[in-house]
Structures are given as C-alpha cells and as structure tokens.
Design a protein around this ligand. Structure first.
Ligand code: HEC
Ligand code: HEC
Length: 208
C-alpha cells in the first residue's frame, strides 16, 4: 500500500472530528427523544431533565412499595406482605405469568378482593409479567428502573401513549385498593399519576 504524504496529512484530523460529531449526534438523540411504537426515536417537546428526574424520584417510591414490587419480583415467584416475602404455597410465574401447571393465580385471586385479612387481593388481570419479559422492579436502582420502563424492548412494547395509559390501568389502580390489612403506596393515586405524567412528558429522564 502506497500512502502519499498528502493523504497522511488529512487522515489525522478528519477521523477524530468525525467521531466527535457522531458522538454529539447520538447523545443528544438519546436525551431528547422517546421510543415510539416502531421502536424509533421521536423528539420530545418541553424536555426538562430536572423536573423529569424529580418526578421519577416520586414514582420510584411507589414502584418499590410492596403493593407494586410484590408482582415485580427478581425471581419467578410472586412476593407477599409488607416485608415482600416469597409467596407461600409454592406459587410460580409460569411462561405467561398466570401460574404454573394447576396452580393458576386465578384459582385463588378472584376479580375482586375477598373480604377479610390475609385473603387474596383480586383483579380480573391478576398475574405476573410473562417469563420472556419479567419487568423486574425488585433490587433495581432508580436509574436502572427508569431506563427499563422507557425501553420498548423490555416494557411490554409500550410507546409513550401506552406508557401514559398504563398508570391508569386497572391493575396499577388496584394498588390503592389492596384489601384489608395492607398498607397503601406512599403517594396518593392522583399524586402518582401526576408524577408519572410529568416524568414522561418532560422527557423521561433517568436519575443518575
Ligand atoms: C393457592 C392460592 C393462591 C394462588 C394459586 C396464588 N395466590 Fe397470590 N395470594 C394468595 C393469598 C391467600 C394471598 C394473601 C396472603 C396474605 O395476605 O397473607 C396472596 C397474596 C398475593 C400477593 C400479595 C399482594 C400484596 O399486595 O402484598 C401477590 C403479589 C400475589 N398473591 C400474587 C400471585 C400471583 C401473581 C399468582 C399466580 C402466579 C398467585 N398469587 C397465585 C393465594 C394464592
Ligand atoms: C397482580 C400483579 C401486579 C401488581 C400488583 C402490579 N403489577 Fe405492574 N405489571 C403487572 C403485569 C402482569 C405487567 C405486564 C402487563 C403489561 O405489560 O401490560 C405489569 C407491568 C407494569 C409496568 C411496565 C413495566 C416495565 O418494566 O416497563 C409498570 C410501570 C407497572 N406494571 C407498574 C405497576 C405499579 C405502579 C404497581 C403498583 C401500584 C403495579 N405495577 C402493581 C402485574 C402487576
């Protein structure tokens, strides 16, 4: 290979400049964009990293509360109680999240709460997330969880509108109707929805 002196002169400054430009383009896209339903990035208007991160800090407190985390475990068994101990009676996730073999969630969890303490809470959709998309909250930092929830390939393929809608889902709402003897999440439902919307509308930034 014969490289002339003329070519050598140009090679050195051009490569770092191109790399710097590429880095600038990719990082700004990551901060001011949101994944839409085709997995493509779409621009966010009103991006505000400070307000967004502040709102997620509130959201995170709810996500990590037993009412939510008990169905978002790191392992393949749901959790129970204020101390998030492993669900008794050897209950497992199964492929679809609805239970393994004959031990289906809906055998015990009806569409409504059963009166009394230590009875199964109810909801028509009662299940864990499926085995191929576990949506784990347990053990996640606020940074990790914010990124996971925004990730179209890990959040059950939800775009921005579907994520906003999800805070209004009956299963999420049920966290504020947990059945006798169970503590409510640390924010009111209205405050949670407001913080959730603010987090997303301001750009869905992840805390450091
Ligand atoms: C054999 C009956 C039975 C089956 C099957 C069952 N559960 Fe439960 N579950 C219960 C009972 C009873 C409680 C309440 C325990 C208590 O409060 O002491 C409970 C509580 C829970 C809680 C705690 C709720 C909270 O807010 O702390 C979660 C989460 C849960 N079950 C998820 C599931 C999931 C998901 C499945 C299916 C994969 C399932 N359960 C299958 C009987 C069952
Ligand atoms: C009975 C079990 C159950 C409870 C209780 C529950 N969830 Fe979920 N959650 C699920 C299932 C199942 C999915 C997946 C369904 C889907 O994608 O639509 C899910 C998905 C989610 C997602 C998307 C997850 C991700 O990683 O992107 C969020 C956010 C969420 N839930 C928030 C909550 C909040 C907030 C609460 C408490 C107020 C809560 N969940 C309580 C079962 C539960």
């Amino acid at each position: 290979m014969n490289v002339t002196n003329q070519q050598k002169k140009y090679r050195i400054p051009v490569i770092p400049t191109v790399i710097t430009l590429l880095l600038l383009i990719t990082t700004s896209a990551a901060f001011f964009s949101f994944t839409n339903d085709h997995g493509k990035k779409a621009p966010v208007v009103n991006a505000d990293s400070l307000a967004s991160v502040q709102a997620f800090t509130q959201v995170y407190r709810v996500l990590m509360s037993p009412r939510c985390m008990n169905c978002h475990p790191a392992g393949d068994q749901p959790l129970q109680g204020e101390d998030s101990h492993i669900h008794t009676m050897n209950v497992h996730r199964g492929t679809d999240g609805k239970g393994l073999y004959a031990l289906k969630c809906t055998n015990c969890h009806q569409s409504k709460n059963v009166p009394g303490v230590h009875t199964p809470p109810g909801n028509p959709k009662w299940a864990l997330p499926p085995a191929d998309m576990k949506m784990v909250f347990q053990g996640k930092t606020a940074h990790e969880l914010a990124i996971q929830i925004m990730d179209y390939d890990r959040n059950g393929h939800k775009n921005k509108e579907q994520l906003l809608e999800h805070a209004r889902d009956t299963l999420v709402k049920a966290g504020w109707n947990p059945g006798e003897g169970r503590a409510l999440p640390p924010l009111s439902y209205t405050a949670f929805v407001k913080a959730w919307d603010t987090w997303i509308e301001k750009g869905a930034f992840a805390p450091k």
